[in-house]
Write a protein that binds this ligand. Structure first.
Ligand SMILES: *[C@@H]1O[C@H](CO)[C@@H](O)[C@H](O)[C@H]1NC(C)=O
Ligand SMILES: *[C@@H]1O[C@H](CO)[C@@H](O)[C@H](O)[C@H]1NC(C)=O
Ligand SMILES: *[C@@H]1O[C@H](CO)[C@@H](O)[C@H](O)[C@H]1NC(C)=O
Length: 553
């Protein structure tokens, strides 16, 4: 059992060019436990680039330190990892000009190109560079941050890579470490580390020299305010994905002469591939996953039909757990009265009842806990799970953090996005986890309990606690979404067809196929095949007829 985070320090020292001039670039790879292979690959690629680039002009010569920062437990948020760059590891020092912050799925397409760009910028300025994301509206995942209008506020796409000046990062470290009580944090919760970082910088730091040139504008409050703030600088060589080769490949000299040639993407994000060793992937379908859907009498008529019309046909082993048993659906009573929030007792009861149910069905490997207003792509979920070890203790979901800066902080997977547990882990939890009160927040208590049991919260980028419009489009495009949550101000059917694959398997119900809007966006043949496979795999304990019942609601 490991409660204290530790760091695997693997610094490499390379000099680009012949002479090292004492200036440093620190390249950090922020690395979740399960993605170690990707992190090592990235480091290898950087080493190779250094060897291929012997002829880098000495002007750009820096000592380059490449460091894999293991994010065990609490340190996935940059702000909370920062003190350790200075403290334990002494990676960040006064010679550090630039910090290139990567994730395991960041691609450094050209280290040399990047160095050339940085060489033109001022390392003494309090500044940071990246691919800027924007919100379309104030969103719950950003704590409804709203500086008059949420749409102008840029925050970095972390997987694309972010570059900080040493000056900025050193100021941040001081603020976070020495003076923690003085710095403003808007929330105890870490939800989107990128937005929270941008906001923290915005709220707590000011440029050494105000960016004000034109005093004539001081009447405009907003412009005036911005001049005293630090916001992310958008860099076109840091991209959300690989850009197709730009203008140099066009033969026509006329067009290239007129248009400014965009810089190549020296840094960009890569889609998350299922973490783990591909050699150990096992074919997984919806039939291997037990879906425990948490509902209550109030929503039987309103929400269950939506699930039945969308993802239910792919989730043959689904059970609705409610405060009231209703044979017509059917729902199973948890024996717990409904409470407006928290649901801890109910969720633990669901785990116990589900485990009993699962024990009678040999081929179930995973349990997924979802809400009655969660929308899912079961095929994408199955593909993801096929590369995780279902015989180990696995806890997958959309990771949030609570009080990560404090010793009592912990991670948890947020409930609405769906929480995925391997069956052995469900057994462990039923034995060891308990609720402080019946209405304690269930997802947080589970996370707290699992952290105490030494089980890390593995983040899955495709799972979402909120609606599609609550996330930047680049993020949804990079990794195919697996879930969304909440129906308000949305059409769940539209969300399902537009974002979650949306094709319904014929095998489950002919009625689906004839509904308007359920067009074949996916690949009907594969879906049909999958439907048959699920039918063939159905265990004796499962009533295959229920799906038709459900549809009569
Ligand atoms: C931080 O807070 C302490 C006590 O609240 C105060 O004495 C100190 O001056 C503050 N430091 C800064 C830099 O504001
Ligand atoms: C899966 O987990 C089990 C239990 O921890 C372990 O014994 C087994 O070696 C793991 N398999 C792989 C392929 O890692
Ligand atoms: C799906 O159902 C429709 C209408 O019932 C039918 O025309 C179509 O051939 C079916 N597709 C498959 C792949 O079974």
């Amino acid at each position: 059992m490991q409660l204290k985070p530790s760091f695997l320090v693997l610094p490499l020292l390379l000099c680009l060019g012949r002479v090292c001039v004492g200036k440093e670039i620190l390249l950090i790879i922020s690395c979740p436990q399960q993605a170690e292979i990707n992190c090592r690959t990235l480091r290898e690629s950087l080493l190779q680039q250094q060897q291929l680039n012997e002829a880098i002009p000495t002007d750009y010569a820096y000592d380059i330190k490449v460091h894999i920062l293991q994010e065990l437990f609490n340190y996935w948020t940059l702000l909370d990892a920062l003190p350790h760059l200075r403290g334990q590891t002494r990676l960040l020092n006064t010679n550090t000009d630039w910090i290139i912050w990567c994730q395991h799925n960041t691609h450094v397409a050209s280290l040399r190109g990047l160095l050339e760009q940085l060489h033109r910028r001022d390392a003494q300025e309090l500044a940071y560079y990246g691919h800027a994301l924007y919100d379309a509206e104030a969103t719950i995942v950003h704590h409804f941050a709203n500086y008059k209008d949420p749409t102008w506020f840029p925050y970095p796409m972390l997987s694309a890579g972010v570059v900080f000046t040493g000056a900025l990062l050193r100021s941040l470290v001081e603020l976070v470490a020495v003076n923690a009580p003085n710095a403003t944090r808007h929330s105890e919760f870490a939800i989107d580390a990128a937005h929270e970082l941008a906001r923290f910088i915005f709220d707590n730091l000011a440029p050494a020299v105000p960016n004000a040139d034109d005093d004539g504008k001081t009447d405009v409050d907003f412009v005036d305010m911005l001049q005293r703030k630090i916001i992310l600088k958008s860099a076109d060589y840091i991209c959300p994905w690989a850009r197709v080769s730009p203008a140099w490949s066009l033969q026509s000299s006329e067009t290239t002469a007129k248009k400014p040639v965009p810089l190549p993407c020296f840094l960009h994000a890569k889609p998350e591939v299922a973490a783990g060793n591909a050699a150990h992937c096992v074919h997984t379908t919806g039939a291997h996953i037990y879906f425990a859907i948490k509902t209550c009498a109030k929503f039987h008529k309103e929400r269950i039909p939506i699930i039945e019309r969308t993802w239910a046909p792919d989730a043959m082993r689904r059970k609705y757990y409610s405060d009231v048993a209703d044979a017509g659906i059917p729902t199973i009573s948890t024996g717990q009265a409904n409470v407006p929030t928290g649901h801890c007792a109910k969720t633990l009861a669901i785990l116990q009842l589900s485990l009993k149910d699962i024990n009678e069905q040999a081929d179930i490997r995973w349990l997924m806990l979802v809400d009655d207003d969660t929308l899912l792509s079961v095929p994408r979920l199955s593909a993801l799970l096929s590369c995780y070890n279902h015989t180990a203790h696995m806890y997958l979901g959309e990771r949030y953090g609570y009080r990560l800066y404090a010793p009592d902080g912990f991670n948890y997977h947020t409930g609405g996005a769906g929480i995925v547990l391997s069956v052995p882990l469900v057994r462990l939890m039923v034995e060891h986890c308990s609720c402080p009160t019946a209405s304690a927040p269930d997802d947080m208590i589970l996370g707290y309990c699992l952290q105490a049991l030494g089980v890390p919260a593995v983040h899955v980028p495709g799972l979402h606690q909120a609606r599609p419009q609550d996330y930047a489009p680049e993020l949804l495009q990079l990794n195919a979404p697996i879930s969304f949550h909440k129906y308000w101000h949305t059409s769940p059917e539209h969300t399902y067809t537009r974002w979650l694959g949306g094709t319904l398997a014929n095998a489950s119900s002919a009625r689906h196929a004839s509904r308007p809007g359920k067009d074949g966006l996916g690949t009907p043949l594969q879906l049909h095949g999958r439907g048959l496979l699920q039918l063939a795999n159905m265990g004796a304990g499962w009533d295959g007829g229920t799906s038709k019942h459900h549809l009569d609601l």
